[in-house]
Design a protein around this ligand. Sequence first.
Ligand code: URA
Length: 238
Amino acid sequence: MSPHRSLSASAPAADMPRRDLRGDVSAQRLLNSLRQASSNCRECPLGERATQTVFGEGAPRAPLMLVGEQPGDREDLEGHPFVGPAGTLLGRALKQLDWPREALYVTNAVKHFKYELRGPRRMHKTPAQREAAACLHWLESEIEAVQPQAIVALGAVAARSLLGRPVPVLRERGHWLPRSDDIPVLVTLHPAALLRGDRAHFEEAFEAWLVDLGRATRYLREKQAGLVARAARAGRSA
Ligand code: URA
């Protein structure tokens, strides 16, 4: 049995801590107004060329937030994050980890698709740092609204936006890095990096990626166990 299996089998997302309904509703309202406000964003040039803003989606008070780089071609056309090939691979990982996507909040560091034309094809271009910086306040507002207990940074652009400094992803993958708001960030590869990698070693790379991601399950489970133990202690002493 692979290492992530033993984690996932005992830690379905149903075990992930839930917040109160009132909190969910107000977070959802806030996210709705952020989504609306971001739909006309022209704070960097990317909005002019993209089809639409692709804002984050998912549970309004998800315990775990996943942050990618920017929407790709499919996401730009459909208006949802991670629905193209990288999203399919992410979906495969989420399934193996027993993380229903609707229990998470999934977003990107940059909300518009940056591309260059090669013939009729729109080819992904990595966003410039100034573009990621212009978009940062949307991401930070999403974090404030959702208040996740942990965040997964998928790739270097996400890690840099979340941590405010360049992060060597290959060196830091699988590690938790602190943010100033105390929400820990688990750094790992972007799914597109696996898709671009050596086909002969794909399954091996995928397994290693699951091990990275699985650390978030363990973190949330331990945090939940700590909260339950603290509540029980408080109950006993009341
Ligand atoms: N890559 C990303 O980083 N985000 C998406 O939404 C799709 C592809």
